[in-house]
Design a binder for this molecule. Structure first.
Ligand code: HGY
Ligand code: MN
Ligand code: MN
Ligand code: MN
Length: 397
């Protein structure tokens, strides 16, 4: 399976570009549907474009597992796909073991988890849980100005149907997402698989610096309104605030307009990604960055707007479920590591609505959102076995 999916959306530099409902993502979704149907699973697309492949008639008490197939720009091969491929392989393993589920199993592929094309992460799961309104989602645009509504239509979906989907989520008793570890805590342990404990509070803020285009060679320094200067201050402030609060803050995805060598730009758009172990630290980081941006903008005669685009509160995975999975994976051996993460996931969105857990597969370097993201084949196989162990327990327990 992995060999069939791996080439889909891979750039010459080895990174992936699978933006929701663009060619490569469409091909990856078609690959999943084909693999699921080949296993006799009943594949359905929900009102928001998320895919659900059912083993057993869709019904209450269902167990669900899955992840996403879309990527960040120049992303890695494992972030998302490992959870999807492992879910299909776990079905094979359960059948090989002769497990007869006492309840339905659904394999899920959530759309726009990275927010790489439309800017809001976990858009498919946020729509289904009602965390984002269809009105806001349908109006989101990609870099070319295409709206989510238009992209849905081109994908053969009805934008008017988009929205909360209690009918689907109401069937789920539990959701387990397997994901490549985005960090290297497991590398220093004998464990190829760990269990998630929590997701740090995090969010994305848009930064717009509005200056005045002018000649780079004739405009005196005192006459300039150069948005690049407060932008530069803000990048450094993000780093300083993160360091001061044991947090993580990144200013990225900047657009400079007009982008000429000999012209002072009139506009800089950029985004702040901020994450911290607790709400107070995150709020302090964002407030500090916002303050630095506003002071620097004032000093340089530049306008600034800081706009929250998405925000995820601290997610604590369901303790009972976390401990149950940990016990299943430990068996008679040592306890498996329980890991917090700074990475967002659809599991983090569903957790407010469905008992949810995560399994992480060891990442030797911890690198992710990069062509260099990697996991050892043996560890990936251990992940499938662990997911099958956990699903067997949930499906028959
Ligand atoms: O951005 C994240 O944390 C996740 O990879 N979507
Ligand atoms: Mn990711
Ligand atoms: Mn992911
Ligand atoms: Mn995810």
């Amino acid at each position: 399976m992995w060999a069939d999916l791996a080439p889909v959306g891979r750039d010459p530099d080895g990174g992936y570009r699978r933006f929701s409902w663009e060619g490569a993502d469409t091909d990856a979704r078609a690959w999943f549907v084909q693999e699921a149907k080949a296993r006799g699973l009943d594949v359905r697309t929900d009102r928001n474009g998320n895919l659900w492949a059912w083993w057993g008639a869709p019904g209450p008490g269902a167990v669900a597992t899955g992840s996403h197939l879309d990527s960040v720009p120049s992303g890695g091969a494992f972030d998302g796909p490992l959870g999807v491929v492992s879910a299909l392989a776990a079905v094979d393993e359960l059948r090989r073991r002769g497990v007869r589920p006492a309840r339905p199993l659904a394999l899920a592929v959530f759309v726009e988890e990275e927010g790489g094309r439309f800017g809001v992460p976990c858009l498919g799961s946020r729509l289904s849980t009602g965390e984002i309104s269809p009105e806001r989602a349908l109006g989101l645009t990609d870099a070319d100005g295409t709206t989510w509504a238009a992209a849905m239509e081109r994908a053969g979906l009805d934008p008017a149907a988009a929205g909360a989907d209690p009918a689907t989520l109401g069937l789920l008793d539990v959701f387990v997402e397997l994901h490549v570890e985005q960090g290297r805590a497991l590398e220093d342990t004998p464990h190829p698989v760990g269990v998630g404990s929590s997701i740090w509070p995090h969010g994305r803020w848009r930064l717009d610096f509005t200056g005045r285009a002018d000649h780079a060679g004739t405009t005196r320094l005192e006459d300039r309104s150069d948005p690049m200067l407060p932008f530069a201050h803000t990048i450094l402030a993000a780093r300083e605030m993160a360091a001061a609060h044991g947090a993580r803050a990144t200013v990225a995805k900047a657009r400079v307009a007009p982008n000429g060598t000999n012209a002072i730009p009139s506009l800089v758009n950029a985004w702040l990604d901020a994450r911290a172990a607790d709400e107070a630290a995150l709020e302090a980081v964002v407030a500090g960055v916002r303050g630095a941006a506003e002071r620097a903008a004032l000093e340089h005669g530049v306008g600034v707007a800081v706009t929250a685009e998405s925000r995820t509160p601290l997610v604590a995975f369901t303790e009972g479920l976390r401990d149950r999975l940990g016990a299943v994976l430990a068996g008679d051996g040592p306890a498996v590591p329980v890991l917090p993460t700074g990475a967002g996931h659809d599991a983090g969105v569903l957790a407010a609505h469905v008992p949810t857990a995560m399994l992480y597969v060891r990442n030797p370097t911890g690198v992710s959102h990069s062509p260099h993201e990697w996991a050892r084949p043996d560890d990936c196989h251990a992940g499938v076995a662990a997911l099958a162990d956990v699903l067997a327990d949930l499906l028959t327990g």
